[in-house]
Design a protein around this ligand. Structure first.
Ligand code: AMP
Ligand code: MG
Length: 535
């Protein structure tokens, strides 16, 4: 394994795109530029909390006891390696439906773009490494709490098969950061941390939007051409520069990738929480893990983000439509370069079609039935969500239990009998409201009739279902338990949880606690059911 010093940097973003002419790191509007050069702010005592060895492998590096401190120094922001050219990106975005103007990397600093031994390009980005010209009124820092959440969830998503940015490592800074966790006038110090994120690129819808909003069409075109060259090279014409068709094909692919990503979110019960257009990756990667959450008791209207509790714009069930709305904003931004609205409209239609098709296929896989072609199957799916919501049942455990139901030989089976098969996911609602689970029993009887119509051995169906229905997801309360320890300087639970999440579909004896439904104490504890953007 080569040492850190042998990482090979190419840095196409800063080499090929217009940069900020001012070098001073002061907060301001940055015009006619895709990026501003800015170095990470050194920290007091960087210490490696955890790292993902699979991501290190992508970079052809390895963390050992010998280089662990050097690793923490570099990825805590204290030392630059030869070839690193740190910069923050300029972007804008719609926040909660309103144009917010310039946002930009306010606390993310790209260290550079690595090219590995297989010719792959990976950009390294520190989150929480100090202020940039885009920090507005904030400090550019991140706390342990939110950094543990980002680190664990992005790796969990990867192992779940969901497109995502990756996380190389998590470094404790040895400094305190003041945060008002619930925006309720109670600020307090928290341990600071830095996550090193890794992705082929971090370009967001908002990178294009800012130029369109400012009518900086020359820069917009440069960024679009660069994005085609670097993120979508397979769409380039055999010779010559990109054409109108190339741009249309790029938008079409962004639409398809976004649809595929959101189908995955619905499959695993992920709620992003802040689907602003600045948090949408042009590559269709899940990006910017903030107040995200995982459906525990099924509730289609649930949002983990307290800032969104009123409008529920970004609740679980709204995510597909928000994806469409966000793509429409991207289409508007690309229009000056594409020149014709028609291909962009076609892309948006493709999104809707692609999502619908992908969603039906995904639900068929979750239920272990062949690709749905009948109205009967469609209603089986459509009826399920409200029934699960009414039954107060854990989404993850329900689908694992569903896989244990056997094709029926007894057509007159008592629906109540099926309820026993899925009871491990029932929340103890007695103390709150009486829950009537009769409808769920009836649905399960319909389900048994449906699987009985397929000539598939029960064990094969179960194994197949268990490859798409995870057993382990980074439930908020589990992340919080790891955070509690990490804040006290004990990183063992962060590391253990990362390890469990490496095999989310495989039962891991001895690790049952990581598959347990949310305990009653976590229902209303801060960080377990409610999260703010404060991070
Ligand atoms: P987010 O809601 O995390 O997507 O952030 C929205 C914008 O606020 C982005 O431009 C971030 O870079 C910026 N931002 C969030 N937190 C901070 C912080 N602590 N310091 C500086 N900028 C921040
Ligand atoms: Mg963001």
């Amino acid at each position: 394994m080569p040492s850190l010093e042998s990482l090979h940097f190419t840095n196409r973003f800063t080499r090929e795109l217009p940069g900020d002419t001012e070098r001073e790191n002061r907060r301001r509007q940055v015009r006619q530029a895709c990026w501003s050069g800015v170095n990470p702010t050194p920290v007091a005592a960087p210490r490696l909390v955890a790292h993902a060895r699979e991501v290190a492998e992508l970079l052809d590096i390895e963390v050992t006891t010998d280089n662990e401190q050097a690793f923490a120094d570099v990825f805590g922001g204290n030392r630059l390696l030869p070839g690193m050219e740190p910069f923050a990106m300029c972007y804008g975005g719609h926040q909660f439906g309103n144009w917010a103007g310039q946002l930009g990397d306010g606390r993310a600093i790209n260290l550079g773009e690595v090219i590995n031994s297989r010719g792959e390009h990976w950009t390294l980005q520190l989150k929480g490494a100090g202020p940039t010209p885009y920090s507005r009124t904030a400090d550019g820092l991140a706390v342990m709490r939110s950094s543990v959440r980002e680190f664990l969830c992005s790796e969990a998503m990867h192992h779940l098969g969901v497109p995502t940015t990756r996380a190389l490592c998590l470094v404790a800074t040895g400094e305190q950061v003041v945060r008002d966790m619930f925006y309720n006038g109670n600020p307090g110090p928290e341990p600071g941390a830095v996550v090193c994120r890794v992705a082929p690129s971090f370009t967001r819808f908002g990178n294009f939007q800012i130029f369109a909003a400012r009518q900086e069409i020359d820069q917009l075109r440069q960024l679009v051409d660069f994005t085609v060259r670097t993120d979508f090279p397979h769409l380039l014409p055999p010779s010559g520069p990109p054409t109108a068709e190339t741009y249309a094909a790029m938008f079409d692919e962004v639409c398809r990738r976004t649809a595929a990503m959101i189908v995955h979110w619905m499959r695993v019960g992920f709620v992003h929480g802040v689907m602003n257009t600045d948090n949408m990756s042009i590559l269709g990667l899940t990006i910017d893990y903030g107040p995200y959450g995982w459906l525990e008791n099924v509730d289609p209207d649930w949002t983990p983000n307290t800032t969104d509790a009123q409008g529920r714009r970004y609740c679980f069930i709204a995510q597909p439509q928000i994806g469409h709305w966000n793509l429409l904003q991207l289409a508007n931004a690309l229009l000056p370069v594409v020149g014709d609205a028609k291909p962009l409209e076609a892309g948006l239609h493709a999104y809707a079609r692609h999502f619908q098709e992908g969603y039906r296929r995904m639900m068929a896989d979750k239920l272990g039935i062949s690709l749905m072609t009948t109205d009967v199957d469609d209603s089986l799916v459509a009826d399920l969500w409200p029934i699960l919501a009414a039954a107060d049942i854990d989404m993850t455990l329900f689908f694992r239990d569903l896989a244990t139901i056997k094709a029926g030989d007894d057509a007159t089976a008592d629906p109540a009998r099926f309820l026993t098969a899925v009871s491990s996911g029932f929340y103890d609602t007695e103390a709150r409201v009486a829950v009537d689970r009769t409808a769920l029993g009836v649905w399960l009887a319909r389900y048994q009739a449906r699987i009985s119509a397929e000539a598939l051995p029960d064990s094969i169906r179960r194994d197949r279902m268990n490859t798409v229905n995870p057993l382990y997801v980074p439930r908020n309360y589990l992340a919080q338990l790891a955070i509690d320890k990490a804040e006290a300087g004990d990183f063992s639970r962060v590391r253990e949880m990362l390890d469990v999440l490496r095999w989310p579909y495989t039962e891991q004896p001895g690790r049952e606690e990581y598959a347990a439904k949310r305990p009653e104490w976590a229902r209303h504890r801060a960080g377990c059911s409610m999260l703010s953007c404060s991070s």
